[in-house]
Design a protein around this ligand. Sequence first.
Ligand SMILES: NC(=O)c1ccc[n+]([C@@H]2O[C@H](COP(=O)([O-])OP(=O)(O)OC[C@H]3O[C@@H](n4cnc5c(N)ncnc54)[C@H](OP(=O)(O)O)[C@@H]3O)[C@@H](O)[C@H]2O)c1
Length: 314
Amino acid sequence: MKVVVIKQYGGAEVLKIIDTEIPSVGTGDILVNVKASSVNPVDWKVRKGMLRFLPGQKFPKMLGGDLSGEVVEVGQDVSGFRAGDEVYGMISAVKGGAYAEYAIVTNNQIVHKPTTISFTEAAAISLAALTAYQSLVRLGKLEAGETVCVNGCSGGVGHFAVQIAKALGANVTGICSTKNIDFAKELGADTVLDYKAVDNILETSKKYDIFLDAVANQSYFNVLKALNRGGRYITTLPSISVILSTFFKIFSSKRGKIIAIRINSEDLRFLSELIKSNKLKVNIDKVYDMEDIQDAHRHSETGRVVGKLAVRID
Ligand SMILES: NC(=O)c1ccc[n+]([C@@H]2O[C@H](COP(=O)([O-])OP(=O)(O)OC[C@H]3O[C@@H](n4cnc5c(N)ncnc54)[C@H](OP(=O)(O)O)[C@@H]3O)[C@@H](O)[C@H]2O)c1
């Protein structure tokens, strides 16, 4: 099978396609013929060696977390899936292996693909949408009627967060650049703030119950004044300010939290229900062929992706 690997850390040029054996199926494994994957920023962070302190970094190293495809074979202990099922989900993006013609998954990492979406669309959902959902619901304990601000509302995580927060009954403010204002409104944002148009995006009279920082360019202390009593600042990247915020717990009802995505089929099934009821859509900015994976990484690294980048494998 063809698989994208790196044999050293570096720029996009270190991404190579090689031929290797199709992995064998263990008793709890599911072998998927991958139809599509997507690029998430974590993929090029792994490629650059920014996460080299984490386990599973031996060369040649596979990349990619998101996938969609067709089940080819299931191990004897697997229930709920059989050959021919159309599925989507994710494996650990740090470990990698989704930029490949075949991948081994477990039944907690995939769900059946809604028939209303293509393999390309399905492949672009899991990592970013799970991050958005788990930030708002698992960490943020979002309740209907609350006010949510999504910083970076036009990116992978952000565009899912706006739609999920709206679906759960929140009033949503999105922060993006001028060119993405219409896109943010189409996603359902009640208010859109243009960070290019003001010096300090937090210098408004608006206050929020949840501030989801998908850009991670704010800090808990910057956002404090924009949080209601009991408000939650949630960031997608580790931050000193959030760690320090734990010391302020006794003085303030406002909390700082860092999301660490957990692969979880229960949450994926919730996302599938939103997709089926037309409350959640993925915006595919561009589809790349596997052969053009270097260009796909370069595009993601610009930080200007609107929604998601998909990778056609099949
Ligand atoms: N902790 C976790 O488990 C976890 C999970 C997923 C992702 N992440 C991290 O979360 C971050 C976001 O991921 P992503 O997939 O959403 O990235 P992405 O798709 O690359 O985000 C791109 C978006 O960021 C927006 N943006 C850039 N600068 C901005 C600014 N100053 N203010 C507001 N928006 C800005 C861009 O909009 P404009 O072009 O309009 O500026 C663009 O639409 C990454 O660092 C990723 O590694 C962490």
